[in-house]
Structures are given as structure tokens and as C-alpha cells.
Design a protein around this ligand. Structure first.
Ligand code: ZN
Length: 151
């Protein structure tokens, strides 16, 4: 990886940390779970709302944590909205597997978008749990099942 590309990846991560996408409590929501990473102190709560036609129409998060954990949550919200539960489950598995493979080839920013920047964390194994935290939390929320929304 060239120095310039590393800087670009870092800029993307810091940009998400400063101006996160979809950082808010979601009301109403029918999926919710909290993730905690004791290694770093990151604490992220994720919310999701289904649209009644089998798709997740909105995913949000709130939380305190390091730039990587917050950027990962922000990027995640942009990656899963509008997908079905089974598509999201698959996506979560793919991303967690990708982030946990330090020897995988670099990802293409043009294809994978900001997720490729997040993949830069693989060079720092101690921070991988920061990057996977929100994805694990969303999986926990989905596996817990849907709460009814009172209209
Ligand atoms: Zn962290």
C-alpha cells in the first residue's frame, strides 16, 4: 500500500468519525442490540426497522468509542439499508470474515467503497475488534428477533 493510499484510508475513517452517517436513536425500531468491546472501551448500540415487506428500511447507531469503532458503525449503516434479513446476515458474515483475515489482498476502493478503508485495520490486529463491534451488534439484534412496533 502506498503512503498516499494509507492517508486516504485514514481520512475516510476520520471523516466517518467526525460526521457519522445515521447516528441517532431510531424511533420506532424493531431490532436493537448493544455491543461492548472491553479491549478498547467501545460501546455501540445499533437499531434497525423493518418495512413490513421483509426488508430493513433503516439502520442507525449511537455510541461512544474510538474512531475506528464509530467509523465502522457509520459505514455499516450505509451498507445494509434496504436489504433483506438474510442478505444482511450474509453481508455481516462476509465483512467480519474479511476484517479478520490479515493476509487477504487489499480491497478496491472503487468497488467496495468506504469498506475498503475499514479493511486497512487488518494491519493492526489489536483494533480488529473495534472494527467488527457494530457488525456483531447488528447480528445479535437480528438474531434476537423482531419486536413489534406499536403504531
Ligand atoms: Zn476501539
Amino acid at each position: 500500500m502506498s503512503v498516499d493510499l494509507s492517508d486516504l484510508y485514514q481520512e475516510i475513517i476520520l471523516g466517518h468519525n467526525r460526521r457519522p452517517r445515521n447516528e441517532e436513536v431510531l424511533e420506532p425500531s424493531n431490532y436493537k442490540a448493544e455491543g461492548f468491546n472491553p479491549l478498547c472501551g467501545d460501546r455501540i448500540t445499533v437499531y434497525a426497522r423493518a418495512d413490513g415487506a421483509g426488508r430493513i428500511e433503516r439502520v442507525t447507531f449511537v455510541g461512544e468509542g474510538c474512531a475506528i469503532s464509530r467509523a465502522s458503525a457509520s459505514i455499516m449503516t450505509t451498507q445494509v439499508q434496504g436489504r433483506t434479513i438474510s442478505e444482511i446476515s450474509q453481508r455481516i458474515s462476509d465483512v467480519i470474515a474479511m476484517l479478520s483475515q490479515p493476509d487477504d489482498p487489499e480491497m478496491d476502493l472503487a468497488v467496495e467503497g468506504d469498506l475498503a478503508a475499514l479493511a486497512g485495520v487488518r494491519k493492526f490486529p489489536a483494533r480488529i475488534k473495534c472494527a467488527t463491534l457494530s457488525w456483531h451488534a447488528l447480528r445479535a439484534a437480528i438474531e434476537k428477533g423482531s419486536d413489534a412496533i406499536d403504531d
